[in-house]
Ligand binder design. Structure first.
Ligand code: SF4
Ligand code: SF4
Length: 343
């Protein structure tokens, strides 16, 4: 069985327990944060095991890559401290089970993966950006990153399924996998590494691909001259170095990204998983805070990276006067493939 590469010595020597100090769902002073992480490092009980809202944030806050979030998830499972009611946890495990029903296109050395999110496949199946590669696509549980189960402290499911998913890609003989789901790229690069699981292909971040294609298609871009805010998904905490790619894409598209309080490290959950883990009241409050923060900027659009965030928050940001749009559709808009009115 795969073991987490967590080093308690690094926490003992750590000058500042940023992991818990920065947590937006638990308030702690320096002393308490240090005490709690040290308890976790010794495998002891901590209130963190009851209160963590699974936002992935501490993975980003830890400057030493010591994987505090995965440690919390591991300890929760070991102690039977599950985050959501059992039917919900089981429902997620069941509905993401591999059933031999994956959709596999005319796969070449480079493949587009739409994970288990149909809207990603739809977005990538039309338009010039993906024209040379859209037929080489896979979709289904067989190719889905199992990171969602960390939210339910089911690390055993993650460790069982991730090697199977990687093996399914290996059997296709692909060399590069363009991950249309932010979380797939985070899983293949960060989570797999945290457990020493070898990835038999080169994972490609879809925004890197978008940027490359937009550079090639530059003469066809009509700058959009709009303002926007961004809903950063939890999985992006595992790949913070990729935040700059979004900014570079928006520059090319003529989109001005407006600053807001809840961006970067202070990003808030869209409320989807939070509703299952933290309850309705907390999810409503976080969504209210997040949307008010967006609306205060007066931005025209709210850009989504993860379709699940868009599904959860899209209609609510629209009610607040911002137009919800996925980054891929925004690129298509600048290329004249969809109109601003359509969106
Ligand atoms: S998890 Fe990281 S930030 Fe937290 S105490 Fe350990 S080394 Fe420091
Ligand atoms: S995952 Fe988020 S809620 Fe949980 S301890 Fe880390 S920062 Fe706090």
């Amino acid at each position: 069985m795969w073991a987490l590469r967590y080093d308690p010595e690094i926490c003992r020597e750590c000058p500042s327990p940023r992991c818990l100090l920065q947590c937006q769902y638990m308030e702690m002073g320096e002393e308490e944060a240090r005490g709690e992480i040290l308890k976790l490092s010794r495998g002891e009980d901590s209130r963190v095991l009851e209160k963590c809202m699974t936002c992935y944030g501490c993975e980003e806050y830890c400057p030493y890559g010591n994987h505090p979030y995965f440690l919390i998830c591991e300890m929760r499972e070991k102690r039977g401290i599950y985050t959501a009611p059992r039917p919900i946890t089981n429902q997620w495990i069941n509905m993401t089970q591999m059933q031999g029903r994956a959709l596999i296109g005319k796969v070449g050395e480079v493949v587009l993966s739409s994970c288990l999110l149909p809207s990603l496949g739809t977005m990538a199946s039309t338009g010039e950006i993906f024209s040379q590669i859209s037929s080489s696509m896979v979709f289904g549980a067989e190719f889905m990153c199992p990171a969602v189960h960390t939210h339910f402290a089911k690390m055993s499911v993650v460790k069982e399924r991730l090697p199977q998913v990687l093996d399914n890609f290996r059997k296709l003989g692909v060399k590069r996998v363009i991950c249309l789901h932010d979380e797939c790229y985070g899983t293949f690069t960060t989570l797999a590494k945290a457990y020493g699981i070898e990835v038999p292909f080169e994972p490609v971040y879809y925004m890197d691909f978008l940027l490359e294609r937009l550079e090639e298609l530059k003469p066809k871009i009509t700058p959009l001259n709009i303002t926007a805010v961004y809903q950063r998904p939890c999985s992006n905490r595992w790949i913070p170095e990729k935040q700059d790619v979004l900014r570079r894409i928006l520059d090319l598209l003529g989109v001005r990204l407006l600053d807001r309080n809840h961006q970067g490290e202070r990003s808030l959950c869209c409320g989807g998983i939070l509703r299952l883990v933290g309850g309705y009241k907390l999810a409503d409050e976080i969504q209210r805070r997040n949307i008010a923060d967006m609306a205060d900027t007066g931005a025209d659009y709210c850009i989504f990276n993860c379709p699940a965030c868009q599904e959860t928050l899209g209609s609510k940001v629209a009610k607040a006067g911002l137009k919800p749009i996925h980054i891929i559709d925004l690129c298509k808009m600048a290329l004249g493939e969809i109109s601003q009115e359509e969106e």
